[in-house]
Design a protein around this ligand. Structure first.
Ligand code: GUN
Ligand code: ZN
Length: 438
């Protein structure tokens, strides 16, 4: 299969320094208007201005923006059903809305249908890869892997580990969580052996410290150490009442993050959502262990959790990613997520330029998952996870704003702040068209 895609190619391989001039694209920003992107066997083969020769199927998207597929580094598959639920902060929101929605996924048919719907929604928002929480149920995770396999998507997930402080229908046990985790790891290994699942990986998924016993946290650390290709995902220091609860549950630990570190859960393949209420010592431990904080700005605003200082923490050398955290977050759209990140930074007197924002949702998030050699760039050898976007709909406010824009940065910033999934026209996952909308 040889596909030649024509349009205005943009990718950001390194974020500019905070004080970079923005009137011209800084180094690391690759703006290649009216170029051809050649895709062969699922990978990007070449990028050129000359039209392709015979034998290439042409897809001409003149005037459209061609971007790498977005990557969502923290999102909950079963929570689409409770997005935009009124009136709670984290702990009450979990009890009132989230846990009941997740309980429904005990039914494998619900999990299968929900997983398919979830991944189709991710694709419809231009996200081609994700690090995902399903539920505590083993079948919720295998259903998600099946659905990702059918769509060719790069997906990392694992069954939630939660053996206390949750409704009985949503708790596992030390024994069942170990058995289920090993069976799911074996399932992926078997698929890999059959050449079926090179784009799926396992993440040990500690929901958060309050819902795991000491023994289960220890198990997660042992599983992570025993399976070097696996990942770890959890939540940390999102909400002040949550932090206080962890202090009561683990009185001997210096901090919430310290609970995870003591159990061997912090490393370069660990992604911890939120991290708003961490102190300088915690941040030093994050730097030392190379664990990643997934900033989830629409969620932090919606649940009233707090303001994460992305610029400040990036300057300190923390590894950061950006994420929707739906259903705590209010949109799967990376434009909306990045717009919220800009606004959260602005509330703290900081600025996040459009190139830094776009980098975060693509090459930056890829690097956070150690996938920087596979996704997040438009570059020969990288997997062809690619989206074609309109700059604006005719007659829209965004179209009007773009007419006045004098630089690429001004255009891109307006597009990120005012655009959303309605501008998406095409999605290819590993070179296969998965979304077509005109
Ligand atoms: N902490 C523990 N579980 C969750 C969850 O589902 N969403 C968010 N935002 N925080 C959590
Ligand atoms: Zn979350």
């Amino acid at each position: 299969m040889k596909l030649a895609l024509f349009g205005d190619l943009l990718d950001v391989v390194t974020a500019p320094p905070p004080d970079a001039a923005l009137d011209e694209p800084p180094p690391g920003v690759r703006w290649r208007p009216a170029h051809w992107l050649l895709i062969e066997d699922g990978r990007i083969a070449a990028i050129q201005t000359e039209p392709p020769g015979p034998g290439w199927t042409r897809e001409e998207r003149a005037g459209q923006l061609i971007l790498p597929g977005f990557i969502d580094t923290h999102v909950h598959a079963p929570q689409l059903d409770v997005i935009a639920s009124y009136g709670s902060e984290l702990l009450d929101w979990l009890q009132r809305y989230t846990f009941p929605a997740e309980t429904a996924w005990a039914d494998p048919a619900v999990a299968a249908a929900g997983s398919a719907r979830f991944l189709d929604q991710l694709l419809a928002h231009g996200s081609t890869s994700a690090l995902v929480f399903p539920t505590v149920h083993k079948t919720s995770c295998s259903a998600l892997f099946e659905a990702a396999l059918q769509r060719g998507m790069r997906l990392i997930a694992g069954k939630c580990l939660m053996d206390r402080n949750a409704p009985p229908a949503l708790t596992d046990t030390l024994a069942s969580s170990e058995r289920d985790s090993l069976e799911l790891l074996a399932l992926l290994a078997a698929w890999q052996g059959q050449g079926r699942s090179h784009r799926l990986a396992y993440a040990h998924t500690v929901r958060f410290a309050p819902t795991s016993s000491e023994a289960q946290l220890r198990l997660a650390g042992e599983l992570l150490a025993a399976h070097p290709d696996s990942h770890l995902q959890t939540h940390v220091a999102e909400n002040r009442a949550e932090v206080e609860w962890v202090r009561q549950l683990f009185p001997a630990d210096r901090s919430y993050l310290g609970v995870y570190e003591r159990h061997g859960l912090l490393g370069p393949r660990s992604t911890l959502a939120h991290g708003i209420w961490l102190d300088a010592e915690d941040r030093a431990r994050l730097r030392a262990t190379q664990a990643v904080i997934a900033h989830s700005p629409t969620s932090n605003l919606f649940l009233g959790s707090g303001l994460f200082d992305w610029r400040g923490h990036a300057a300190e050398g923390l590894r950061l990613s950006v994420a929707s955290d739906v259903g705590g977050g209010t949109s799967l759209s990376m434009q909306r997520t990045l717009a919220a990140a800009y606004q959260v930074a602005a509330l703290q007197g900081r600025r996040l330029d459009a190139f830094t924002l776009l980098h975060a949702a693509t090459a930056g998030n890829a690097a956070s998952l150690q996938l920087q050699q596979e996704i997040g760039r438009l570059e020969p050898g990288w997997v062809a996870d690619v989206c074609a976007w309109d700059w604006a709909e005719d007659g829209s406010l965004l179209a009007q704003r773009l007419q006045r824009a004098e630089s690429l940065h001004e255009r891109l910033f307006a597009w990120l702040l005012l655009g959303d999934e309605r501008l998406l026209r095409r999605v290819w996952v590993a070179g296969v068209q998965r979304v077509a909308r005109d």
